[in-house]
Design a protein around this ligand. Structure first.
Ligand code: DGL
Length: 272
């Protein structure tokens, strides 16, 4: 007697997880906020470190990487994609939304809340070159910046500091001071952390800017938006898993993720 067992379709590995990605480890600052807001969810994080930094690359390249990583996450069965990278958002969020049926929640520079908070009327936006030059940021400034001065400041080198876990020390401090001091000198009392790597430099940025300056990181707002978008499709019980992947050098990324996230994190290779 022959028994026929049809081969079952392989189950998606991360069915119903939330996918989160960045050009590198910066998006861990967003992942942290998502983990706090949603302790029961399984999270899958991709650091596209084999192609970082995005901020100095062409729009075509950033779009292609955003679509490739987004597609990989969708293939694994995630229920939502979070773009934890301002540069990818301002360049490529629209393309990703056109290419997937999944909800896409994307971080963007928090210009609106900064404008609402400033007392001097001067806001500084710290971000990558691509972000400060983007049409999206020009649109945000036009939409919310009436009657205010919004100083857009590209910060070359800062992403690399975080990617190498060089968060302190004289070299780091000198590189941070170079871009913060001119903003404060022009009267900025509110600084937008417009790149997800920068919250890992927050203590030093705050010290250099002075206690009177407010730093704004929209990571918690992204987590709230995710909760809103997923509605009833959330795990409210238990503790979810957190899985890490990278297209870069696994040993190097593992070292930095362990430093920024904790020793329990294990990073897996994702073909570039
Ligand atoms: N973390 C990314 C952002 O929020 C960009 C880093 C990069 O330039 O790769 O903009």
């Amino acid at each position: 007697m022959s028994t026929h067992h049809p081969t079952p379709e392989p189950l998606p590995v991360f069915d119903h997880a939330i996918g989160v990605f960045d050009s590198g480890v910066g998006g861990l600052s967003v992942l942290r906020a998502i983990r706090e807001a949603l302790p029961g969810e399984d999270l899958v994080y991709v650091a596209d470190s084999g192609h970082a930094p995005y901020g100095d690359q062409s729009e075509a390249h950033i779009t292609q990487r955003t679509l490739t990583v987004g597609q990989w996450l969708a293939q694994q069965g995630v229920k939502a994609i979070t773009i934890a990278c301002n540069t990818a958002t301002v360049v490529a969020a629209r393309s990703l939304r056109e290419h997937t049926h999944l909800p896409v929640v994307a971080i963007e520079p928090a210009i609106k809340p900064a404008v609402a908070l400033t007392r001097t009327g001067v806001v500084g936006v710290l971000a990558t070159r691509q972000t400060v030059q983007s049409e999206s940021v020009a649109r945000l400034c036009a939409q919310y910046g009436e009657g205010k001065r919004i100083l857009l400041q590209a910060c070359p080198g800062w992403v690399e500091l975080v990617e190498q876990a060089n968060l302190h020390g004289p070299h780091t401090e000198a590189l941070l001071r170079q871009f913060i001091a001119p903003l404060v000198a022009q009267g900025a009392d509110t600084l937008v952390l417009g790149c997800t790597h920068y919250p890992f430099l927050r203590d030093t940025i705050q010290r250099l800017a002075g206690e009177g300056v407010t730093l704004i990181d929209p990571a918690e707002a992204v987590a709230r938006e995710l909760v809103r978008r997923l509605g009833n499709n959330l795990h409210t019980q238990g503790h979810g898993s957190t899985r890490f992947f990278t297209t870069g050098d696994v040993v190097q990324v593992q070292r930095v993720v362990a430093h920024l996230w904790g020793d329990s994190a294990t990073v897996h290779a994702l073909p570039s």
